[in-house]
Design a protein around this ligand. Sequence first.
Ligand code: AMP
Length: 283
Amino acid sequence: MAKRPIIARTIPSLRRALEPYRQAGQRIALVPTMGALHRGHLALVALAQRRARRVVVSIFVNPTQFAPHEDFGSYPRRFATDIAALAEVKADLVWAPSAEVMYPEGFATRIAPEGAALAGLEDKFRPHFFGGVATVVAKLFTQVAPDLALFGQKDYQQLRVVTQMAKDLDLPLKVVGMPTVREKDGLALSSRNLYLSTAERGVAPTLHRVLKACAMRINKGEPIARVMADGRAEITAASFALDYLEARHALTLAPVASRQDGPIRLLVAAKIGKTRLIDNLAV
Ligand code: AMP
């Protein structure tokens, strides 16, 4: 049986577990997650292992990034399975604080990211989201004090927000983004894919297919506005409730009118049944 990673649940036990790594001068990488781990998370761990001697995976379903009507209560929690998967890939340490450890009574500070966090994408539909993410990620960075932290491009706006936050707050670590891991049919792996019915799972890859088709047409020089309009129509016709499909500047996430405006990223969010899926692609 694979050796179980150390599991820390309190700040003192986390510090105790990290101490020998620091004593030995070992590079530490942090992979923040909300658990229900899939191959996308494990690929982040593998990349972390190539870049650092020690890999810490945090598992924390962060209540402050969910709105009351969202899926915090039903979000999949599979701690034992997650630990087994992390043992298999030889992660060193799991940081799994409770909500009380993360937000003790009297907690009163919140980070309010701007810039990419106000791009009118996820923030428009989940206004509380990036404040919650930035605050918990800043805490995770302070708690673990890693040399680098790895995030998936799957959550592209989040990656931009966290990268900017680390820079703005002079946090002494490097934020590294990793390409999205997909199913064979193109669907981006996500813990929320567990919610999909068989029929919904069948149409879910539409999002990636439309992103690919749109990227190709923009590359051929078709006007972005027309390509986006067609893409939106196709997603809606596949019975999604579309939140947005947008072409944005890949770094600032500002709207772009043409390919000359800089590197472009296509970003989409849509609901199929009760499940909200997001995806994105470079042009
Ligand atoms: P989550 O547990 O959903 O908060 O995700 C934890 C980390 O895994 C985030 O940095 C995500 O961007 C990343 N991630 C989630 N799904 C994928 C995927 N399909 N490919 C690559 N990274 C992913």
